[in-house]
Design a protein around this ligand. Structure first.
Ligand code: ADP
Ligand code: MG
Length: 150
């Protein structure tokens, strides 16, 4: 499934739609080069739960936890992860075991260690905007994409 996101406003709104469909659980993996809008999409996802603040990539801390109205969302940026096994030492197991939503930028850096995503989003530059390609990797993710397609 493909979605065209002509500007930042549409991009954030799309993230918000994803956040509503996920209802605060599951794994959302964001692929795409630097500057394609992974963090912008995450800002939209967080907005679905009422978070209005700034969102930056946790490039050095790797994991940024958010809690809004009792809803936990973990934002990971694995760009600087040296080795997938490092996820063990930074608390990755607890984050993934939590009944919460995990949004992960650069999941390819954790490949072999990370469990399958419910939904993968791949972002690409498309003119002045962006194009998102979505794929599910679990039954639950397939259900969520079906809701999105309606
Ligand atoms: P990433 O996390 O993938 O490195 P960011 O989310 O930080 O990328 O976004 C990089 C830039 O792209 C930001 O300046 C943002 O405003 C812009 N941007 C995000 N989505 C869009 C879009 N759909 N159209 C145009 N610009 C966008
Ligand atoms: Mg980013």
């Amino acid at each position: 499934m493909q979605v065209t996101l002509p500007d930042e406003k549409a991009h954030v709104a799309f993230g918000e739609t994803l956040g509503r469909i996920f209802q605060g659980r599951g794994r959302l993996y964001l692929h795409g080069d630097l500057g394609t809008g992974k963090t912008t999409l995450t800002r939209g996802v967080l907005r679905a739960y009422g978070y209005q603040g700034a969102v930056k990539s946790p490039t050095y801390t790797l994991i940024e936890p958010y809690e809004v109205d009792g809803q936990r969302v973990y934002h990971l940026d694995l760009y600087r992860l040296g080795d997938p096994e490092e996820l063990e030492f930074i608390g990755g197991r607890d984050v993934l075991a939590d009944d919460a939503l995990c949004v992960i930028e650069w999941p390819s850096r954790g490949s072999g260690w990370l469990p399958p995503a419910d939904v993968h989003v791949t972002l690409e530059v498309d003119g002045d905007g962006r194009r998102a390609t979505l794929e599910s990797q679990t039954q639950r993710g397939a259900g969520w994409l079906a809701v999105l397609g309606d």
